[in-house]
Design a protein around this ligand. Structure first.
Ligand code: ASP
Length: 342
């Protein structure tokens, strides 16, 4: 008899795990062990579910790379025993954590699907149940005894996305995430529609590796009209800075003022990598397309191409953590490692 897939549900915190205290009306974390009691529908799924929770569940705005390591350690320890993982996480920084995990695990051959909700699971109009139930269902999907999804995904409001392509775009509507530069992997309607060509193709002969070293002294600087010399020079003079991400205009443009280019040049001279990502929701950095980006290309700024800021940040922390520097860093950064750029 075919064995039911084993799914590990990991609760890190966020709105999804809250219920309303009907006496006081306040939202509180509910005992995660009681999950199946609150959502009896989970018993109908064709899989075996185990749960584990962060000792202290947190609002995802408090997540930092230490928590990413904690999460990946849980997965590493259980990796052989489960067919898939579903991570419940606050939506605010879900794309950051999920992007980070996509880099921190090399040669993943199982699904790790993030989900959460805009309304608590105990709310009458909650989006939590659908997100949770379908995420577990997608993590359990198998074909020829192998998982259908073999990457880090993010499931929200009827769509499974490649996690490192996503960004939170809405704080009000249930459709909180978007993947502007990559199509959804699976869509949930009357049927589950799998876009096979979009799915990551794993190499099962390669060993799965868990990387826990991250260099976190990174600065993300958003361009804005009026950005001033003193502030920029002050920030760039920080002795701890190990990498810089500039969120530029359009297809990778910045002010071409001499002081700005000189400030960037100084960092590059100190071997501090600078990554160019666009602050636009969709599209790609193409340095050299306009005069306002050709200088950047000339001085050695690295192109983030069409990656999200979340993915670029995680990728830089990961590559620096692996000790990748100089030309090798540029080569690695400008190619797709986990499907994060086109
Ligand atoms: N602030 C919450 C969090 O990110 C929002 C949510 O769960 O969606 O943890």
């Amino acid at each position: 008899m075919k064995q039911k897939p084993n799914i590990l549900l990991i609760y890190t915190g966020g709105t999804i795990g809250m219920i309303k205290d009907f006496k006081t009306g306040a939202l509180k974390n509910f005992n995660f062990k009681d999950l199946l009691k609150h959502i009896p529908e989970l018993n109908l799924l064709d899989c075996t579910i185990s749960t584990v929770s962060f000792k202290k569940p947190i609002d995802s705005s408090n997540m930092n790379p230490t928590h990413w390591v904690k999460l990946i350690t849980i997965i590493e320890k259980q990796y052989l025993y489960y067919d898939g993982f579903v991570v419940l996480h606050g939506s605010d920084t879900m794309s950051y954590t999920a992007s980070a995990l996509s880099f921190m695990i090399e040669n993943l051959t199982k699904p790790i699907l993030f989900t959460g909700s805009q309304l608590p699971i105990g709310d009458l109009r909650t989006d939590a149940k659908e997100n949770l139930i379908t995420a577990i269902q997608l993590a359990s999907l198998q074909e020829n005894n192998k998982p259908v999804v073999n990457e880090v995904g993010l499931y929200f409001e009827y769509k499974l996305y490649r996690a490192n392509r996503t960004t939170k775009v809405n704080a009000e509507f249930f459709e909180a995430f978007n993947s502007p530069n990559y199509p959804p992997l699976i869509e949930s309607g009357v049927h589950l529609t799998t876009h096979k060509n979009a799915l990551w193709k794993p190499n099962r002969r390669k060993k799965t590796k868990f990387h826990k070293k991250l260099v976190t002294d990174i600065i993300v600087l958003k361009m804005f009209p009026g950005i001033n010399k003193e502030t920029v020079e002050y920030i760039f003079s920080l002795p701890t800075i190990k990498g810089l991400i500039i969120e530029t205009y359009g297809s990778g443009n910045t002010t071409s003022s001499k002081w700005f280019i000189e400030a960037l040049k100084k960092l590059i001279k100190k071997d501090i990598p600078i990554i160019n990502v666009t602050q636009c929701n969709g599209g790609s950095v193409i340095m050299g397309l306009y005069e306002t980006s050709s200088q950047l290309k000339k001085i050695g700024v690295i192109s983030g191409k069409d990656s999200t800021t979340e993915a670029a940040l995680a990728k830089l922390m990961y590559l620096l953590g692996k000790g990748v520097v100089g030309k090798e860093l540029k080569t690695n950064f400008e190619q797709s490692l986990r499907g994060e750029i086109s």
